[in-house]
Ligand binder design. Structure first.
Ligand code: 3PG
Length: 219
């Protein structure tokens, strides 16, 4: 199977891969392929697997090696070591919930697209100083949501965000209609219940519903 590890991608590519980056917390790596296939069936072409479980890196490897049609990245990247582990597992991008100088520096030199997390203007300014233009806005709803991102667009009109944290079909359209939001992240398509029941068609149904809903707004 083709390993996509070295495929050249950019933050722009990640942020234009669709209106939604589904976030997956996975306990059993054997579930990775059916979950990713259920998303692909609905037309999703990107997924984030959080490094919160011991199965995560194995899940990333499986998706990376077996499903070249979906871009897989790691989430909950907390330090330089997580970035290296993600890269070695075949992740094409890595996302962190927040920013540290260590991670910002490592992300700008490692051979993997790194999207730092921010929730304040000072963190955005720090990220810009390291050359970043694309950020995860986390936790989106708790950090002021749509209102905050609207205000942030004033001083930072060229910066793009992927809000995550508290996003669902109820509010995704509001976020996607903002000029500085390219895509949103969210875990609601792949809940613990769905995974426990191996209800893969439900993932396809929820993803299809979301994509249909965003069709008008998505630019
Ligand atoms: C993440 O890891 O990015 C968030 O926990 C996802 O947030 P959500 O569960 O509110 O979608």
């Amino acid at each position: 199977m083709k390993n996509k590890k070295n495929r050249a991608i950019s933050p722009e590519f990640i942020f234009s891969s669709g209106p939604l980056i589904p976030v997956l917390v996975i306990d059993n790596a054997d579930d990775a392929i059916p979950i990713a296939e259920s998303l692909i069936k609905a037309g999703i072409s990107i997924i984030e697997v959080t490094l919160r479980t011991s199965a995560a890196l194995n899940a990333i490897s499986k998706i990376s090696q077996q499903l070249p049609e979906i871009t897989v990245g790691s989430g909950t990247v907390l330090n330089h070591q997580d970035l290296i582990r993600s890269q070695d597992a075949g992740a094409q991008f890595a996302i962190s919930p927040g920013s540290t100088p260590e991670l910002l520096k490592a992300g700008s030199k490692e051979n993997i697209v790194f999207i730092p997390g921010v929730s304040s203007t000072s963190e955005i300014m720090q990220g810009i100083n390291y050359g970043y233009t694309h950020f995860k806005f986390f936790p989106a709803e708790a950090s002021g949501g749509v209102k905050a991102l609207k205000s942030i667009n004033g001083p930072f009109p060229n910066i793009r965000f992927c809000p995550t944290g508290g996003i669902s079909t109820k509010n995704i359209l509001e976020y996607l209609s903002l000029p500085n939001v390219s895509c949103c992240g969210g875990s609601w398509l792949i809940t613990e219940d769905i995974i426990r029941g191996k209800n893969w068609p439900e993932i396809t149904r929820l993803a299809t519903h979301t994509l249909n809903k965003t069709q008008q707004t998505y630019k």
